[in-house]
Design a protein around this ligand. Structure first.
Ligand code: ZN
Length: 423
């Protein structure tokens, strides 16, 4: 079950990324592409009112073509919003407008996305391209790390989400400095200081743990904690187990940083760069390493290349199918317009291009034009073949070295086989 849902996540992520790439490639002739972000708590009623208002204001647009296009886009969005009583749980992103296609053609296209993470902004924007940054950020935010910097006087904590640092808050201590006042005994001063330090660490441990544990889907998303500060403070803090035990066991490492305020968080992330490399992709990494090991062993259990994998899938020889998340290919089933000739082939799909832009040629049997019968994303198609023989399917990102090798050196399609085959 667990594996199945992970697979779904990887697939959803792949589809989401592909949709964003497509939107990214779309351009309008004027400022006529509408981006609309609706957060979950926004009333649809308010949104439609603003859209109607914007529709009226289109009268001020000088270019007739732009005016008409903006008005068509607004009308199209309004008609789609009718189906929503309220925004979905994570909000709604709408991209609508007349986009340039190949040649001189244009087409009014509307894409509605229910984002994978909650949208926290409302935005209406009209431009010559779509505004995608809020969604792109979600793509980066697959994993979350807890950040904590501290010395004996000050502490600060936050999150690392993808590449984005989110500062949360901090605390300062009343731990007295090292210099004691005259008349105080050294032993007593030292004891008081130890007590104050212990109290401060306890407070920092409790408060930062509570923040980290409150992260939603803690066990799935929260990958670990980075602790920064001068020595021996951070070592002392770790050794004292001041963090909640679930957090304590997720400490990734201790790193030297000079600042223990908000500025220290960026310094910490920088210092931990090597430790973080590939953290989010441990499982993917293991599969790739297994594949590369088999390849070196040369015992016939590593296969790659579309043709070889296809044959191995057909005979049920694939144990684990490895597909690069960078694959942008489609499997086409084409047929002759007049005779019974059919054929399957794989093509590269560039963002913004559709199969309709490709010349499919003519029938080798009767020279009548070839027409498209079905187009399937190659990952969908190969995953389906894999399912038929209960092979595992892993979608491998290129966020780590072996992952990018899968794409660059093996065409993005590889497999670990159950037994040696001739393919
Ligand atoms: Zn034919």
């Amino acid at each position: 079950m667990a594996e199945e849902s992970e697979m779904d996540d990887a697939r959803k992520r792949y589809d989401f990324k592909k949709t964003l790439e497509k939107l990214q490639s779309q351009q309008g002739d004027g400022t006529e592409l509408i981006t609309l972000y609706i957060p979950p708590d926004k009333q649809i009623f308010d949104v439609t009112n603003q859209l109607k208002d914007e529709f009226g204001q289109c009268a001020n647009i000088k270019s007739k073509q732009t005016r008409t296009n903006v008005q068509s886009a607004i009308s199209s969005i309004l008609s789609r919003l009718k189906y929503y009583k309220r925004p979905p749980a994570k909000g709604l992103a709408v991209f609508c407008g007349t986009v340039r296609l190949y040649g001189d053609r244009t087409d009014l296209q509307c894409t509605i996305i229910e984002p994978p993470e909650p949208l926290n902004l409302y935005m209406y924007r009209c431009s010559s391209n779509f505004e995608l940054d809020p969604l792109k950020q979600m793509l980066e935010e697959k994993y979350v790390y807890g950040l904590l910097v501290l010395d004996r006087r000050e502490a600060y904590w936050g999150f690392l989400r993808g590449n984005r640092i989110e500062p949360i808050g901090g605390a300062t201590s009343t731990v007295p400095g090292k210099m004691r006042k005259g008349g105080q005994s050294a032993a007593r001063f030292g004891r008081l200081r130890e007590i104050a330090i212990n109290e401060f660490y306890t407070k920092v441990g409790e408060r930062s743990s509570a923040i980290f544990l409150a992260e939603k889907d803690f066990f799935e998303r929260f990958k670990g904690v980075l602790i920064g500060g001068p020595s021996p403070t951070k070592e002392e803090f770790e050794a004292g187990s001041y963090l909640h035990h679930e957090i304590q066991k997720k400490i990734i490492g201790l790193f030297d940083v000079a600042y223990t305020n908000e500025d220290g968080l960026a310094e910490l992330v920088d210092a931990a760069k090597d430790a973080l490399k590939g953290m989010g992709v441990v499982k993917e990494k293991e599969f790739m390493q297994r594949f590369l090991k088999e390849l070196v062993k040369d015992a016939g259990l590593a296969a790659y290349g579309e043709e070889s994998i296809r044959k191995n899938l057909e005979i049920g020889a694939v144990d684990t199918l490895l597909l690069s998340a960078n694959l942008r290919k489609s499997r086409l089933r084409v047929k002759c317009q007049s005779c019974d000739y059919t054929h399957e082939r794989t093509i590269n799909v560039e963002p913004g291009k559709t199969v309709r832009d490709i010349d499919l040629g003519s029938c080798p049997k009767c020279t009548a034009p070839i027409i498209l019968e079905e187009e399937t994303d190659i990952i969908d198609e190969l995953a389906k073949l894999a399912d038929a023989s209960s092979a595992k399917v892993e979608i491998i990102s290129d966020d780590f070295e072996e992952g990018s090798i899968l794409f660059t050196a093996f065409g993005g399609i590889a497999a670990i086989l159950r037994y040696r085959t001739g393919y």
